[in-house]
Write a protein that binds this ligand. Structure first.
Ligand SMILES: Cc1cc2nc3c(=O)[nH]c(=O)nc-3n(C[C@H](O)[C@H](O)[C@H](O)COP(=O)(O)OP(=O)(O)OC[C@H]3O[C@@H](n4cnc5c(N)ncnc54)[C@H](O)[C@@H]3O)c2cc1C
Length: 417
């Protein structure tokens, strides 16, 4: 496998770039493995990487129905942060952020992690109180958070309309360690590093049903034949309920759409990731210069990877209220991802009632930042068949038990999250 270093890039540059090898192999599926991970997005590839690198389980297949990384991993707005309120969430996401901070070294791959800061704006006294509470909870847990005033906001981003009559900006909650990473590179980096440790990444291999004998998983049937394993982990994002149904499980998730947009390339305008607290809108600038932005759910259950116009209009209107200069910017592309939304908008990384079958899912619109943490905890849960303390709360049964992890306080309604 190719390894990457400054010296290698220099050498290849001087010799016509003829020595590069594919970043991962294209193996044929074997009839049996020690473990199978279904889904070649960031979470599935991360699970396989940590299974191999931490738990020494290298006889692993990642089964992906298309090419890797073309699901939500390749469609998201790449925001990475750990500014959560609930203890179960902020410990997990902080663990994930720490993994991000060392990811390029762990993978030997440039994922373009950029800790440019995530600034959540507030527009009322009540919202300031809520952000103060969140920031204090974070700081008590040893996570960085700063409450800043409107002068600092103005200095950071002069494009923001502070004096909007309807949504005046009073300040913001800043997490300087938050930022962005290059989404494709995250999938490719995990694939490269997992492959180098012996994991078979099998693309164009759709799982069509499960092999369950005596209440235990024994493998899966795929478009490329039957593949057996005593441990199967699901990491299929918006298709969680479909794959669970194959195992006879009805799970509390709904598939929802969310859109993203990118503008024409511009000179540097926005240094941080900025979120508009008055409406669900967030924006950052990519290294190529495109403004990357998005908003909330479309609110429809769908598997179509394209969004609807009313939500697009809402997102553009929110952007123009926050930064009037955006009215002059052309949007180049839009797309949507299919996400699995849970009743409390928090995820699952857990065992299931089928022995040997585990899952990481329910990531909805917040799972990119969770990629290394989800893979790390799911690998632990697959290897040991028990949760780590960081994902112990992320069970499927918490709704029955009345232990919701309702970060936004939006109630048990999928479409309100
Ligand atoms: C528009 C948008 C913006 C977002 N912005 C952010 C953000 O800024 N920050 C953030 O933290 N999160 C964000 N998210 C959420 C984040 O992208 C997802 O939560 C995360 O990428 C999920 O990763 P994954 O690996 O589980 O999913 P995916 O990358 O979707 O991977 C799942 C894979 O499973 C495969 N699969 C499905 N069914 C089968 C089958 N039967 N057999 C084999 N393979 C199968 C799919 O093809 C897919 O490749 C956003 C999401 C969207 C849609």
């Amino acid at each position: 496998m190719a390894s990457y270093s400054g010296l290698r890039i220099l050498t290849e540059g001087l010799t016509g770039n003829r020595g590069w090898k594919p970043a991962w192999r294209k193996p044929e599926p074997k009839p049996a493995y020690d473990a199978i991970v279904v889904g070649g997005g960031g979470h599935g590839l991360a699970t396989a990487f940590y299974l191999a690198s931490i738990h020494g389980i290298t006889n692993v297949a990642v089964l992906e129905r298309g090419p890797i990384g073309l699901g939500n991993t390749g469609r998201n707005t790449t925001i990475v942060r750990s500014n959560y309120l609930l203890p179960e969430n902020h410990h997990f996401y902080e663990h994930s952020l720490k993994l991000w901070e060392g990811l390029e070294q762990s993978l030997g791959y440039n994922v373009m992690m950029s800790q440019r800061g995530v600034l959540n704006l507030y527009h009322s006294d009540a919202q300031r109180n809520a952000y103060t509470r969140r920031g204090n909870a974070m700081r008590l847990a040893g996570i960085d958070a700063e409450l800043i005033g409107r002068e600092e906001v103005a200095a950071m981003c002069p494009l923001i309309d502070l004096d909007n009559a309807r949504f005046p900006v009073l300040g913001g909650l800043l997490q300087r360690r938050g930022g962005t990473a290059r989404h494709d590179a995250v999938a490719w980096g995990f694939a490269h590093a997992a492959d180098a440790r012996g994991v078979d990444i099998i693309e164009h291999c759709e799982v069509t049903s499960m092999i369950i004998e005596g209440g235990a998983i024994q493998g899966v049937r795929t478009t490329r034949g039957e593949i057996r394993a005593p441990k199967v982990g699901l990491a299929v994002a918006g298709n969680t309920s479909v794959l669970c149904a194959m195992a006879g499980l009805t799970v509390p998730v709904e598939s929802h759409l969310m859109q993203a947009f990118v503008s024409e390339g511009l000179k540097p305008l926005i240094d941080q990731v900025i979120t508009f607290g008055a409406a669900h809108f967030y924006i950052s600038q990519s290294d190529k210069g495109g403004l990357v932005f998005g908003g909330g759910l479309d609110g429809y259950n769908s598997y179509g990877q394209r969004g609807t116009l009313p939500e697009a209009e809402h997102i553009f209107a929110a952007g123009a209220s926050l930064m009037p200069a955006l009215k002059r910017v052309r949007a180049l592309r839009s797309w949507a991802g299919v996400m699995d939304m849970t009743p409390d908008a928090s995820p699952y990384i857990c065992l299931t009632p089928i022995q040997g079958l585990t899952m990481t899912g329910g990531w909805n619109y917040g799972g990119f930042k969770a990629t290394p943490g989800s893979g790390w905890c799911h690998a632990w849960t697959m290897a040991k068949q028990e949760p780590h303390r960081l994902n112990a709360a992320y069970t499927l049964t918490r709704f029955k038990e009345g232990r919701m992890l309702d970060e936004k306080g939006a109630g048990p309604f999928f479409w309100m999250q």
